[in-house]
Design a protein around this ligand. Sequence first.
Ligand SMILES: CC(C)(COP(=O)(O)OP(=O)(O)OC[C@H]1O[C@@H](n2cnc3c(N)ncnc32)[C@H](O)[C@@H]1OP(=O)(O)O)[C@@H](O)C(=O)NCCC(=O)NCCS
Length: 292
Amino acid sequence: MDHRNEAPAFECRFLDDTCFDPLLETFCEAFSDYVLPFNMDATRFKNHLNLNAVDLNRSVGCFEQEQMVGFSLNGFGDWKGKTTVYDAGTGVIPNRRRRGASMAMFDFMVPVFRDAGIEQYLLEVITHNEPAVNLYKKLGFHIERELVFMEAKTLEQTRLNDEFELRKITAAELIRLKEFWDARPSWQNSNEAIERSEQLKTILGAFVDGECVGYAVFSTGRGRVAQFAVDNRFRGKGIGSRLLAQIRTEMQPDAAMRVINLDKSLTDTQHFFEARGFKQVLAQYEMILPLS
Ligand SMILES: CC(C)(COP(=O)(O)OP(=O)(O)OC[C@H]1O[C@@H](n2cnc3c(N)ncnc32)[C@H](O)[C@@H]1OP(=O)(O)O)[C@@H](O)C(=O)NCCC(=O)NCCS
């Protein structure tokens, strides 16, 4: 018996701004059973695209009889000195999974990006999202590092040092504070991402004698920490605890504080957050596929 007519007839093509509404609808359906439940609406989706530098003209939709059944959102920029495409979300609606739709999208777009001179593909994936981890491994991605996601409903109190001034600073001022980092922030927490989303962020600097010696970047009102660092020379003096306490007072009282994508190798930083009441909620792999 000939089964060829039952084979999925997926058509992959690049999207554009006119696809926003069907894309959002397909995104919500594809992530409806996601390992981490979340709410998405048009405003949040626009913020997600902007944060991650997504270009819809270079993002792919997978169609079956003109219905969008899958997508792969791509952001573009520089990562560790290489031109990079960043996977800001790949999804397929539940009843069209395991039929090769994701493989078809990558088969369609990877040669285009390679020919355009893009050097690597970057992404993060939740470590226990087995279908996605398998997909990316099958495509040839390798694990670069592990990132942890920590959360605290309430903050453990500690003695707070107030011998320094806390005040808001701008994203432009962050550039020179890179020297405080022990590890590179993830794509969505990078300085470039913070600049793109600055109107949704609060950046607090801690100053001693007019010099910035520590800072925190978090989503205004929501306490979702994107960057957090204290100058090596000023660690162990209560600056980090004071920054955290300030974030707590500036955010909605019922929201949990979250630290997203902390490099797992930073054990001292993890211990700092644990001492303040944070617990690891999940982990992600940062993965890379070299294209050149
Ligand atoms: C991950 C996801 C995008 C895969 O899409 P898909 O179209 O079903 O994947 P494909 O059919 O192209 O499968 C390609 C490969 O991925 C792996 N894979 C996909 N689904 C899998 C599953 N349920 N279990 C184990 N491996 C799986 C397999 O290696 C598979 O190859 P194989 O079928 O030859 O074994 C889909 O499960 C999904 O939308 N999940 C929810 C959203 C999500 O988690 N996205 C990823 C993070 S952004």
